[in-house]
Design a protein around this ligand. Structure first.
Ligand SMILES: [Zn+2]
Length: 262
């Protein structure tokens, strides 16, 4: 009987979290290969070996393709050159992330961010200052709104949903990622709220890194009620699942909230 490989018995290796991997194609760059994840939470891992996009961004790219490519593109770096992408009016509320360089050559692509010291509507380094609860854009301005891990940080989720419903064109979609625990809790939980004296914490404060690399308070832990809250404001929301196995494991939700054609 042969000895097991020495590395298996090494304590440093034994203590490492188990590595998961799966074969697939990157919905961002089209690379075919093996995607591995060891970090927790795993939605931030499983990077594409070619473009480095993490799982949650790739799931979001898959959702964008599912709505807008009509089955003609299987990855975003193909789709972005197609006429059906080039004619989209896109709002992305982001200061960084893998969609920026992909959509920057789409004529109707604009980016927004909430700069606390800027006037809404003012542009800074090509990024428009916007409060998602009260956007300055006209009704029916966009086909696609992209937010990635933003919705859990806003204080008035229903105001943001109402505003996305207002600025989306008929048939348009807000496609967003949020962390979510599966199985889904029935209701969302507020971790903080705005009070007369400032932020009131209702749970142990939890922070993520903002686009400007500052701590950003998590305001809401979302549950299955997210779909009904969109329906109340005229948007049909569904969870997008491009990778069933890992979607269960990774605590990630990509939501497609679509304004009906009429
Ligand atoms: Zn890739």
């Amino acid at each position: 009987m042969s000895e097991p490989p020495a590395t298996l018995a090494h304590p440093a290796v034994m203590n490492r979290p188990p590595e998961l991997s799966f074969a697939g194609m990157c919905t961002m760059c089209g690379n075919k290969g093996t995607f591995s994840g060891v970090r927790s939470p795993s939605r931030e891992s499983f990077p594409c070996p070619s473009c480095r996009a993490t799982l949650r961004y790739r799931e979001q790219a898959g959702a964008i393709l599912s709505v807008f490519s009509h089955g003609r593109s299987h990855f975003l770096d193909h789709f972005r050159h197609q006429p059906e992408c080039q004619r989209l009016a896109i709002l992305e509320a982001a200061i960084r992330g893998p969609f920026i360089r992909r959509f920057k050559d789409v004529p109707g692509y604009v980016r927004s961010y909430y700069f606390e010291d800027a006037v809404p509507g003012e542009t800074r380094d090509g990024v428009i200052c916007q409060d998602l609860e009260r956007m300055t854009f006209a009704d029916a301005s966009f086909d696609l709104i992209i937010t990635s891990d933003v919705m859990e940080h806003v204080f008035d989720v229903d105001a943001v949903i109402a505003e996305t419903a207002r600025v989306l064109r008929p048939g348009g979609a807000h496609i967003f990622s949020v962390p979510m625990v599966f199985p889904l809790r029935p209701g969302s939980t507020a971790r903080a709220r705005r009070g007369p004296g400032g932020v009131e914490h209702l749970a142990e404060p939890r922070y993520h890194r903002s686009g400007l690399d500052e701590p950003s308070l998590v305001v809401t832990d979302f549950g299955a009620d997210l779909a009904a809250r969109h329906a109340e404001r005229g948007l049909r929301a569904r969870f997008h699942r491009s990778m069933p196995l890992t979607a269960v494991l990774n605590g990630n939700a990509v939501v497609v909230a679509r304004r009906p054609l009429q």
